[in-house]
Design a protein. Sequence first.
Length: 71
Amino acid sequence: MNDEHMQRLYLELTSLENRGITIWLEGAKSSSQDVASQLCVQEESTYMRDYIFDEGVLKEVHFDKIRKDLP
């Protein structure tokens, strides 16, 4: 992940946090800075976003690492 991509991700997640939406990384409450940094450091890993809604309103965004089982 290059610096520009990390900056865009950070700004996107900060905007969500400012709207009261919580951000989670691997099952633990996190922050926009921590998630952007972690995804940058582990750029060979793939993360899936999961959007959690309550009565149609976005409440949480979860980032979970996709694990590939090897035969």
